[in-house]
Design a protein around this ligand. Structure first.
Ligand code: SF4
Length: 315
């Protein structure tokens, strides 16, 4: 079989579209991405509406054979990739390159129905001889838990209330982990993760990618390439998902909590002073992003706060 280049594969993909048309911007994008993947360098692409950017990056990714995560900001784009673009590229790869291209969408844990939660609702109902949920909405979800293959709330085709969903799902903080959970072996969230582990392309939202960075890569499988689509939102999402907020108000609240449990006025005073130093150091940077390396006054205030916290924890 002749070795296909990225333009050939892109042509073969675009030919299958109902309205197939030549898009020079898409071709340039695909060439640049291929070159960036091969040379292992970062690339920023600004592509206007109508460029056909999804295929412009999926085709080079498919050709590269490298495991790739695609992070999107909106659910609409996730759906478009999973239901339309990736199946299309996978079928072209099979026809033109003779191998499979596997893909999966991976979401945060609270997007999947928790079988342990459902068991607990059912147990409680048997013990008390009452309806497990109290609401028709939760009953419907419990019935759905016997039919669904994915447990993914995105597959639900009726109007779902947040309150009902919360009763049959858990956050990652609430989940004890598959090994400690009686339903760990058939858990939907774990199955989705296992599927992602075996896939060539994994679609996630930017928030989940940020959490993966913050947790030293404990959420997503190892990958060689990451594509941030809708990257104009990247900085804000990563900042809000993977950051810890420390400010004078928080320091004051911690100081008063410490005072109520530790009889050490000197420590309380030190906390107060460190909080004031932080306020003063940050005042000039109000509304701005504080970049590394930190200014000396901010670094000094944070070090003092850290020392106070260590002293409080060992008091
Ligand atoms: S491991 Fe257990 S508790 Fe955690 S999400 Fe799965 S079923 Fe629920």
């Amino acid at each position: 079989m002749t070795k296909l280049g990225v333009e050939d594969l892109l042509d073969a993909t675009v030919d299958r579209l109902e309205r197939s048309e030549s898009r020079p911007g898409q071709v340039t994008m695909a060439r640049e991405i291929t070159s960036a993947i091969e040379s292992g360098r970062h690339l920023i692409v600004q592509a206007g509406t109508g460029t056909g950017k999804s295929l412009g990056y999926l085709v080079p990714v498919a050709l590269s054979g490298r495991r790739t995560v695609v992070a999107t900001y909106t659910k609409a784009l996730q759906d478009q990739l999973a239901k339309f673009d990736l199946p299309l590229v996978a079928s072209v790869v099979e026809a033109e390159l003779g191998h499979d291209l596997t893909f999966a969408v991976l979401k945060g844990r609270s997007n999947y129905l928790c079988l342990q939660r459902v068991d607990e609702l059912n147990d409680r109902s048997q013990q008390l001889d009452v309806d497990p949920s109290g609401t028709a909405a939760v009953r419907k979800l419990i019935e759905w838990s016997h039919e669904t293959l994915t447990g993914d709330s995105g597959d639900i085709d009726w109007s779902l209330s947040d309150n009902a969903w919360r009763q049959v799902s858990v956050t990652s903080e609430e989940c004890p982990g598959a090994r400690k959970c009686p339903r760990g072996n058939d858990c939907f969230a774990e199955r989705a993760r296992a599927l992602a582990q075996e896939s060539d392309v994994i679609v996630v939202n930017t928030h989940l990618y940020a959490l993966d960075i913050a947790s030293d890569g404990s959420i997503l499988p190892d990958h060689d390439v990451v594509i941030f689509d809708e990257a104009h939102q990247l900085e804000d999402v990563v900042s809000s998902s993977a950051s810890v907020a420390i400010g004078p108000g928080r320091v004051a609240s911690i100081a008063s909590t410490i005072r109520s449990v530790i009889a050490d006025d000197a420590l309380y005073t030190r906390f107060g002073r460190a909080g004031t130093s932080l306020t003063t150091a940050l005042a000039a940077r109000s509304g701005q992003r504080v970049a590394l390396p930190l200014e000396q006054s901010i670094a000094d205030a944070l070090v003092e706060l850290r020392l106070c916290t260590d002293d409080a924890l060992t008091a």
